[in-house]
Design a protein around this ligand. Structure first.
Ligand SMILES: Nc1ncnc2c1ncn2[C@@H]1O[C@H](COP(=O)(O)OP(=O)(O)OP(=O)(O)O)[C@@H](O)[C@H]1O
Ligand SMILES: [Mg+2]
Length: 407
């Protein structure tokens, strides 16, 4: 797969992953979507960036999943004054007093965000792909039947609240970084991050033409397919894709991105009617946390782009490469049993049925000692949490009282 000729050790000694330079906190911020989007709006897909309030962030961080109704309506307290706000919808039977007793509507605490999400979904054609500053909730796709396609705020909240990747953005974005004071001597803290929800117009992406590009010392040093399957046509298109990426980088990113080292993702679709066009999908930190796919970080570390005639290596999965058979399982640590995925695909009723069946299975195992002292004990405890009460509300929104659903 690798043509080792382009990967040469820097100067004398081979670098190892221990030599990895930790990124600065500012570099992490610069790689956040809300930051780079300001500059590169014209070369990335259509999106809306919704600034997140403290109340919304508290909702995301809270245990349990309580979903609000999707439509903004007149609140009970505001109804007489006619002030528009977001709260519980009145039941068709008018029994709204009882409704209040059943539980709060979390969107009451973040009406601006909730309203902005409803508006953005409508403006973007009815379906969106959500992410926070750095990560999409890809590990929670099973909650919507293995997709991140959202057509309502509830879809978005369900994904965000079920995802460990989102928790990482909220709580660990600055882990393994170094801080350098700005000109006022101020050190960046997580509480300084301006969190935002990014809603991108949904696109049926052709994943074979998505590429990840590594930039070192302001030069593209390595490119890899993102979808680790073999596609015959890629080999013939290699030189064309490389030229397109190099030209895109030189024109748009090389001189304007604030970091010299970073990783960017592009999408290069071509149709019968349109020429190939390069779209920026994301910018990621030059950090071991960014997935290198067909490369190893150690290889990237040892590339020296300053040697005369340097050409980046472009890795494409060949027919018989082990990668083509999925040796690299994305999010494998976040995978769920097939039954959970199937149940989620069947919608709320099916998830509820699964929950009951699962409870019986777990209770049936109770006396067998199967749960005893294995590495999986912690997971079992998490599963118990998942069994907490789920109520099906009259409005069809599934609500969860307590217990974290995240895996
Ligand atoms: N607007 C969109 N509509 C549909 N799918 C999308 C859209 N944007 C991105 N995707 C798909 O989701 C994948 C991941 O998107 P993105 O790179 O933004 O997520 P990420 O969390 O930053 O991923 P990573 O952790 O690998 O950096 C893309 O490779 C693409 O296949
Ligand atoms: Mg990314």
């Amino acid at each position: 797969m690798a043509t080792a000729s382009t990967i040469l050790p820097c100067a004398h000694e081979e670098k190892t992953i221990r030599d990895f330079p930790l990124p600065t906190r500012q570099a992490i911020v610069n790689c956040g979507y809300p930051e780079w989007y300001k500059k590169y709006r014209g070369i990335t897909g259509k999106a809306r960036v919704v600034p997140l309030t403290t109340e919304f962030l508290d909702y995301l961080k809270a245990d349990g999943i309580i979903l609000p109704p999707d439509t903004p309506v007149v609140s009970i307290s505001d109804r007489d004054s006619g002030v528009f706000s977001v709260t519980n919808t009145e039941d068709s039977d008018g029994d709204d007093e009882d409704d209040d007793d059943d539980g709060e509507n979390p969107a009451q605490n973040f009406p601006e965000v909730h309203g902005a999400i409803i508006a953005a979904i409508a403006e973007l054609g009815g379906s969106v792909y959500p992410k926070l500053n750095w990560s999409a909730p890809k590990d929670a796709a099973f909650m919507l039947g293995n997709t991140l396609k959202c057509s309502s705020p509830s879809d978005v909240y369900l994904l965000l609240k079920s995802s460990n990747f989102i928790t990482h953005d909220l709580e660990h974005a600055f882990d393994e970084t170094v801080d350098t004071p700005d000109e006022n001597g101020k050190l960046l803290k997580l509480s300084d991050v301006e969190y935002a929800l990014v809603l991108r117009k949904w696109v049926d992406v052709i994943t074979s033409v998505e590429f990840r590009c590594f930039v070192k010392q302001r030069k593209v040093v390595a490119i890899t397919q993102r979808d680790l399957n073999h596609y015959d046509f890629l080999e013939n298109g290699r030189e064309e894709f490389l030229a397109l990426i190099q030209e895109f980088f030189a024109r748009h990113l090389e001189k304007t991105f604030p970091e010299a080292d970073f990783v960017f993702d592009v999408y290069i679709p071509k149709t019968l009617l349109t020429e190939s066009r390069v779209w920026l999908v994301d910018i990621n930190p030059y950090s071991p946390k960014t997935d290198t796919l067909t490369f190893a970080w150690q290889e990237i570390l040892n590339i020296d782009p300053s040697i005369p005639g340097f050409k980046p290596e472009f890795r494409i999965i060949k027919k018989n490469d082990p990668e083509a058979y999925g040796f690299s399982q994305p999010y494998s640590a976040h995978k769920l049993p097939r039954e959970v995925v199937d149940a989620a695909a069947g919608g709320a009723e099916s998830m509820l049925q699964f929950k009951n069946d699962w409870k019986h299975i777990v209770e049936g195992l109770g006396g067998t000692g199967i749960n005893d002292s294995s590495d999986e004990d912690e997971n079992d405890k998490d599963e118990e949490k998942k069994d907490d009460e789920v109520e099906k509300k009259d409005d069809g929104v599934e609500k969860k009282d307590d217990g974290k659903v995240t895996g």
